[in-house]
Design a protein around this ligand. Structure first.
Ligand SMILES: CC(C)(COP(=O)(O)OP(=O)(O)OC[C@H]1O[C@@H](n2cnc3c(N)ncnc32)[C@H](O)[C@@H]1OP(=O)(O)O)[C@@H](O)C(=O)NCCC(=O)NCCS
Length: 167
């Protein structure tokens, strides 16, 4: 289902519109979205991204242009989630705050990675399959594992962007 609240730019390709769940989000021109993807309200996806099947992009996530999202990638936006308060009443939207996440341009996230709330994934960074990303990832770093650690550097990284920092 693609809700009427979704803003799709030109030439967005959604292979099976009946097998996705998109609401209140914005998707940039040329982006492709696979089956069984959910994109929540207030998520923003840039131009020419590839969002592979079974991924979940929640409220508060911003994905810049040219980003690759593998299969089954899970974003999160609440570090300490609860269903109910101490009285056993269901939490409402007013009971918690979305913690935003940013994926910078040309980054790539491997299949089955989990991205914890509040991190920034740097430009051109590569996240390994199955990684749990708990901290910011520097531009053009390759990270993998649980928790994700730097294991290398993307070889064709722009020389103008220095590689620094530790995760
Ligand atoms: C992270 C990744 C980019 C690393 O590739 P690479 O730089 O060629 O790394 P290598 O294969 O040389 O592995 C280097 C080390 O990291 C380990 N490693 C590689 N990928 C890993 C991963 N995803 N999780 C944990 N460890 C990983 C290797 O076992 C190796 O460890 P060792 O030195 O102890 O033997 C790649 O393995 C990966 O996960 N790519 C994502 C694939 C994917 O999900 N594609 C989605 C669409 S199909």
């Amino acid at each position: 289902m693609i809700a009427s609240s979704v803003i799709l730019d030109q030439e967005v390709v959604i292979h099976h519109p009946d097998l996705v769940n998109l609401y209140g989000c914005r998707v940039g021109a040329g982006t492709r979205i696979g089956t069984f993807v959910e994109v929540q309200k207030n998520a923003i996806i840039g131009r020419n991204c590839k969002i592979s099947s079974h991924s979940f992009i929640c409220e508060g996530v911003t994905i810049e242009d040219g980003v690759f999202i593998g299969h089954g990638v899970m974003f999160t936006n609440d570090p300490y989630p609860r269903a109910v308060n101490s009285d056993g009443e269901l939490f409402s939207e007013d009971d918690w705050e979305v913690v935003p996440t940013l994926v910078k341009r040309h980054a790539a996230i491997g299949s089955n990675a989990t991205i914890l709330p509040g991190v920034t994934i740097g430009e051109g960074a590569q996240i390994g399959a199955g990684a749990v990303v708990t901290k910011d990832v520097p531009g053009y770093a390759i990270v993998a594992g649980v928790p994700a650690k730097i294991i290398g550097r993307v070889q064709d990284a722009s020389a103008s962007i220095p590689f620094s920092g530790r995760i």
